[in-house]
Structures are given as structure tokens and as C-alpha cells.
Ligand binder design. Structure first.
Ligand code: UDP
Length: 499
């Protein structure tokens, strides 16, 4: 990969617009990709919603590093929601529909006109779940690369939806055995049970037509695109990826992106930064939409090696006060120390109205001051890399899963919805780097699983597989690794759109 924009035919004219769904788990990996592509000599426009861009600027000073990248710019687009809307990612369809109607014209303009003297967009990297990003690019004839920020296994299960419907696997019969194996997902025989299918499939009876239509459109975009980008690496799912390759257009597995960006930048610095007189290291760092509370790092510094359970359920999941209490009791009863990120908007009461998560967390923290540390939002990548962290109690979001895997930290999975159901199954049964407490949320299970992952033979076994998996991930993003090679072909393709 070369920085020199003229190193390949067409590269000087190639201009890629990157458009994520406005949620943390989408913006973060797409920004990492944008950074690497920019350092590879491509001209990048990164499109954020106005609301998210303001939040990013407020909470992520590292973002200013992007401004130093040559040929990189942020543009913003309205999301159409009222100023005071909390924009919870859990209200996915509301955001999706609002953008479809309110942002269409502006997006079309960005794809078809020269803005601020920049050359026209020659290629779009569209978030696979953002229909607007894909539809309009198709309509105006700009080649689209589809980036799905979730795992290969979940993309494949979604893609199998028509077969599952046709074979009558879904809707599930009433009062069925949720542990029964599912047929119809090629390559996953003997692995996937009913309860491991994405959560919406459980309720497909009332056939949420809206959801089924959404997934069908998602699938057709993935197939119609010029390429399919995944934040994963070959060695994690070789068999599955080879099945998927016969189905999708060219697949580029360029992950784990958070690791790739670090490795890429350090190589870049050694070789080229001097010449460019730019410190690119400073462009990497947090891309949080929430304010990180770094006090937990000091707390971690005072803990023994591998003695802490880090708990986080990501940016979308919400829990009831009762569930929070069960987790807390289980953690306390395990006798291990824990660091827990409880977002302010994470706790809901029965009627779904939000409670002040910080206040609830503070209340729980009382009496466990010594043993537990609670923050609104943690610098998660750094936390997972800390020597004191021995296990990760996670909702199995794909970014979190990759971050845990790269850090070599075994996981306890409590999947909340969507793709997390299959991610947790793969974490426990295929990659064997964690345990899955799916569909259970009681103090006894929490305590038992914490002990299993933190103590004795089972802990040693899980730690050793997690470390091996982390090593494979590292190899994949190094010079000569599979993710690095896929990145190079992706860059070549994008450059060709400028010819
Ligand atoms: N995250 C963080 N601090 C927190 C909780 C989460 O930085 O306290 C980050 C985490 O590192 C990950 C992202 O938020 O990159 C969550 O993405 P994921 O795909 O795991 O879950 P989602 O939020 O989409 O459910």
C-alpha cells in the first residue's frame, strides 16, 4: 500500500465517500477504515450526521488528528430528528426512516456535485444496514462497496433468512424447544440452535413484515455491491468465509480494524512520516460518542494481574433495574473485583421509561467501593488491554467481541439482541474463548460463569485459546497477513474507480 496518490493509475481521481449508520458500533470501525484508506493515498469524505459529529467533536479529541490527514474531510448530513430526540440506537427504524426521508436530497447532491472544489465521488463505502447510503448510490450509478460492521457468522445467518422461512424453521412453533438444532444455514450444521438465531427471528411469527423486508433489502444490497467489506479476519472463520465467497461479490476481510489501524500507522510512521513531516500517530485514538471516564484506569492500576471482571453492554442495550441488580449480586457473590460501564441511558423501568443510570449505578456501587468500580463510559480498548483485566462480561456486540479477542481476554456472553445471539454462540462453541449465558440473567448463573472464566483449569484453558486467537488476529494485519492483503486489493479496487 502506497501513500503516493499517483502510485497507481487513476488513484489521484479516486474519491471515496464513507457513510456509516449513526451509531457507535458503526462509526468506530468505519472511521478506522477511513483512516487506513486515507493513509493509502485515497481521497476520503466521511459522512456523519450533524448530531453525531457534534458529539464526536465534543468527546473525542483524537478526531482532530483526522484533520491532519491529507485528502480527508468530514461532511455532515441532517438526520431529520428533532433536536431534543434522544436518538437511542435501539430505536433503529426511527433513525433509519427519518434519514431516508430527510437526508436523501443532500446525500444525492454530495454524490453528484463537486463540493468545495473536491472532485466528484467515484465510489461509496456504504454501511450495509443504512438503506439510504446504498439506494441513492445505486440510483445515481456510483459503485458501492458494502461494509457490514457485524460478524461474518451473523451476516451469513441473515442471508439464510429466505431458506429458513421456506423450510419453515421460522416462525418457530409455539412452545418449541429453543435448544433444538436448526437446519438451513449452510456451514453451521450442529452449531446453531433456535436460540442462537438473531433475536428478531424468534418473533418472526407476528412476522414482523417490516423487519423481514429490512433484512431482505439488506441481503440484496450485500449481493449487488461491487464488494463486501467485513471487519473480521480469515483465520477466524475460514470454512464459513469460503462458503460465503461463492455467494457474495468479492469479500474483503480487513479486520480487526482497530488493530489494523494501529499496525498500519506504526508501519507508516516508520517508513513515511518523516518524509511527510506529519505525526500520524496522533490521528488514532478514541472515537467515542460518550465522554470517557478515565478514572477507572487508575483504579485498574491498583489491581492485581488478571483479577478484574470488566463488564460492558455496549452502546445500544438497555436493562431493567432488576436485571442490573442480578448482575451486580452475581458479581459481588463471585468474590472477584469488577469494573462496570453503565451508560446513563442504559437502565429502563418496566414501562420502558428511562431511569438515571448513573444514579442507579452509584447506588449499587455503595458498599462495593473496594471491589467494584463503576463508570458511565470506559475507554474500552485500553481497559481490555490492561494487565489487571481477567475476563470480559459482554453483550457480544461485534466490536466488543473483536476487542476482547484481540486483547486475549476470555468472555462471558450475555447477548442482548440481533447478531449478538450468534456471536455469543460462536464465541463459546466455535472459537472456544468464552462461555454463553444466553437467555439467563440471574445472580447464580452470573456467579457460576464468573468463577468458570476466572478460576482453575477452565480459566487457564479459556485464556490460552483467547491468547492464541489474539495472536492470529495480530498476524492477519501485519505485512503479508490476510487482512493486510485484502486491504491492498480493496485499495486497488477503489483506485481503479478513479480511472
Ligand atoms: N465502548 C466504549 N466504552 C464503553 C462501552 C462501549 O468505548 O463503556 C465501545 C466499545 O469499545 C465498542 C463500541 O463501544 O467499540 C460498542 O460496539 P459493539 O459493536 O460492541 O456494540 P453496540 O454498541 O453496537 O451494541
Amino acid at each position: 500500500v502506497h501513500k503516493d496518490p499517483n502510485s497507481m493509475a487513476g488513484s489521484a481521481a479516486a474519491h471515496v465517500l464513507i457513510f456509516p449508520f449513526p451509531a457507535q458500533g458503526h462509526v468506530t470501525p468505519m472511521l478506522s477504515l477511513a483512516e487506513i484508506l486515507s493513509l493509502s493515498g485515497l481521497r476520503i469524505t466521511f459522512l456523519n450526521t450533524e448530531h453525531n459529529h457534534r458529539r464526536l467533536l465534543r468527546h473525542s479529541p483524537a478526531l482532530s488528528g483526522f484533520a491532519r490527514l491529507r485528502n480527508f474531510r468530514f461532511l455532515t448530513i441532517p438526520d431529520g430528528l428533532p433536536e431534543d430526540d434522544p436518538r437511542l440506537s435501539i430505536n433503529f427504524f426511527k433513525v433509519q426512516d427519518s434519514m431516508m426521508t430527510s437526508s436523501r436530497d443532500r446525500y444525492k447532491e454530495l454524490l453528484t456535485q463537486e463540493i468545495d472544489g473536491w472532485p466528484p465521488v467515484t465510489c461509496v463505502v456504504a454501511d450495509g444496514i443504512l438503506h439510504l447510503a446504498n439506494d441513492v448510490a445505486d440510483e445515481v450509478g456510483v459503485p458501492t462497496l458494502v461494509f457490514r460492521t457485524s460478524s461474518p457468522c451473523s451476516c451469513w445467518v441473515y442471508q439464510s433468512l429466505p431458506i429458513l422461512l421456506h423450510e419453515g424453521v421460522i416462525p418457530f412453533p409455539e412452545e418449541c424447544d429453543m435448544d433444538e438444532m436448526v437446519c438451513g444455514v449452510e456451514g453451521m450444521e450442529g452449531i446453531v440452535r433456535r436460540r442462537d438465531l438473531p433475536s428478531f427471528m424468534r418473533f418472526a411469527k407476528s412476522a414482523d413484515e417490516h423487519i423481514i423486508k429490512f433484512i431482505s433489502t439488506l441481503n440484496s444490497h450485500a449481493i449487488r455491491g461491487k464488494g463486501f467489506i467485513l471487519n473480521s479476519f480469515e483465520a477466524l472463520d475460514p470454512t464459513l468465509l469460503s462458503i460465503m465467497r461463492s455467494y457474495y461479490p468479492t469479500i474483503y476481510t480487513v479486520g480487526p480494524l482497530h488493530l489494523h489501524v494501529t499496525s498500519f500507522i506504526s508501519n507508516y510512521n516508520e517508513e513515511e512520516a518523516e518524509e511527510e513531516e506529519v505525526d500520524y500517530k496522533s490521528s488514532s485514538g478514541s472515537t467515542s460518542l460518550w465522554q470517557e471516564d478515565r478514572t477507572c484506569m487508575t483504579w485498574l492500576d491498583n489491581q492485581r494481574d488478571k483479577s478484574v471482571v470488566y463488564v460492558s453492554f455496549g452502546s445500544v442495550a438497555v436493562v431493567s433495574r432488576e436485571q442490573l441488580n442480578e448482575f451486580w449480586q452475581g458479581l459481588v457473590n463471585s468474590g472477584h473485583r469488577f469494573l462496570w460501564a453503565v451508560r446513563r441511558d442504559m437502565v429502563v423501568s418496566q414501562g420502558e421509561e428511562m431511569m438515571n443510570g448513573t444514579a442507579v449505578a452509584e447506588e449499587l456501587e455503595k458498599g462495593t467501593k473496594e471491589r467494584g468500580c463503576m463508570v458511565d463510559w470506559a475507554p474500552q480498548e485500553e481497559v481490555l488491554a490492561h494487565r489487571a483485566v481477567g475476563c470480559f462480561l459482554t453483550h457480544s456486540g461485534w466490536n466488543s467481541t473483536l476487542e476482547g479477542l484481540v486483547a486475549g481476554v476470555p468472555m462471558i456472553c450475555w447477548p442482548y439482541f440481533a447478531d449478538q445471539m450468534i456471536n455469543s454462540r460462536f464465541t463459546s462453541e466455535v472459537w472456544r474463548i468464552g462461555v454463553d449465558m444466553k437467555d439467563r440473567c440471574d445472580r447464580i448463573t452470573v456467579e457460576r460463569m464468573v468463577r468458570e472464566v476466572m478460576e482453575g483449569e477452565s480459566a487457564l484453558r479459556l485464556r490460552s485459546s483467547a491468547a492464541k486467537m489474539g495472536e492470529l488476529a495480530r498476524k492477519s494485519v501485519e505485512e503479508g497477513g490476510t487482512s493486510r492483503a485484502d486491504l491492498e486489493s480493496l485499495v486497488r479496487y477503489i483506485k481503479s474507480t478513479g480511472s
